[in-house]
Design a binder for this molecule. Structure first.
Ligand SMILES: [Mg+2]
Length: 278
């Protein structure tokens, strides 16, 4: 950490990270010297290129290799912080089990094998009860439709319904849910043959704070591409570093173009931290 403020020497084109801007390389070198580092990464659009079929999304091989290498370094933890449910994230991410996982935009956490659901207030529980009642009330009129209760919401499954019924029940359920408190505080999410409703209890910012506490991180690197990642950038401070992927307004202080550049960034971080890890 003695030279953590020094500007990295100009890289040759063969060096990992040579495509990254010097300011970002300098920030990476600085954060690589953190006594306890948390690397928190969004999945879709960040580790994995965005694809039409969410089940076909995969991390770029170079990004995956860097994540595995980082997770194996001392005093270094890696978290994947996604809007997907943890079950879906596990299926597509296929990452080592020592990774920390945040799903459902912060509503689900898995830290060292321990799952925690959302912290629901009495108000949340009341809304959750009314949410389930509204969705189940609609679903019961359609054959082949099933409602799954979830810790902070419910899923409307339409795989075994006719396409006409599936479309109709989704439409009616959306209308019913939106009439609850004007739909305030309830997130809607479409999946394959499922429409999911979640009582909003957490975001990526609250999740990052939990991860920061639990890992006793002295610095956090957070990388994400989407609007919901801004909640994560908003809680960064001090020695932290936020990197936005792609275009759009952001609170992050650095930016890269695409998942390929994220893989390059992570590869460079591995190199720096291998050299100077505590
Ligand atoms: Mg994303």
């Amino acid at each position: 950490m003695s030279d953590s403020s020094a500007e990295p020497a100009s890289p040759s084109p063969q060096d990992p990270g040579s495509g990254l801007e010097p300011g970002l390389r300098a920030d990476l070198q600085r954060i690589a010297g953190a006594p306890a580092l948390l690397v928190a990464l969004d999945f879709d659009g960040t580790l994995a290129p965005t694809v039409d079929d969410p089940d076909a999304a995969r991390a770029l091989p170079a990004a995956r290799a860097a994540v595995v290498a980082l997770a194996g370094l001392p005093a270094t933890r890696v978290a994947v912080v996604s809007g997907r449910a943890i079950a879906s994230l596990e299926r597509v991410a296929q990452l080592p089990s020592e990774l920390l996982l945040v799903g459902s935009h912060g509503a689900e956490l898995r830290i060292d094998g321990e799952e925690s659901g959302p912290d629901l207030s009495a108000e949340d529980l009341d809304l959750l009860g009314r949410l389930y009642g509204a969705v189940a009330g609609v679903a019961t009129r359609y054959p082949g439709v099933r409602v799954e209760e979830k810790p902070a919401g419910c899923g409307l499954h339409t795989r075994t319904a006719s396409p006409e019924d599936a479309a109709a029940v989704r439409r009616e359920a959306l209308a019913a849910v939106r009439s609850l408190a004007g739909g305030e505080g309830i997130a809607e999410r479409y999946g394959k043959d499922i429409l999911e409703f979640t009582v909003r209890t957490a975001d990526k910012g609250t999740a990052l704070q939990v991860l920061r506490d639990r890992t006793a991180a002295s610095a956090v690197l957070f990388v994400g591409d989407d609007v919901t990642d801004e909640d994560g950038f908003a809680v960064l401070a001090g020695d932290d570093l936020g990197v936005k992927v792609g275009a759009g307004d952001t609170r992050a202080t650095r930016r890269v173009d695409d998942p390929e550049a994220v893989a390059e960034l992570l590869g460079l971080l591995v190199r720096y931290r291998e050299r100077i890890a505590p």
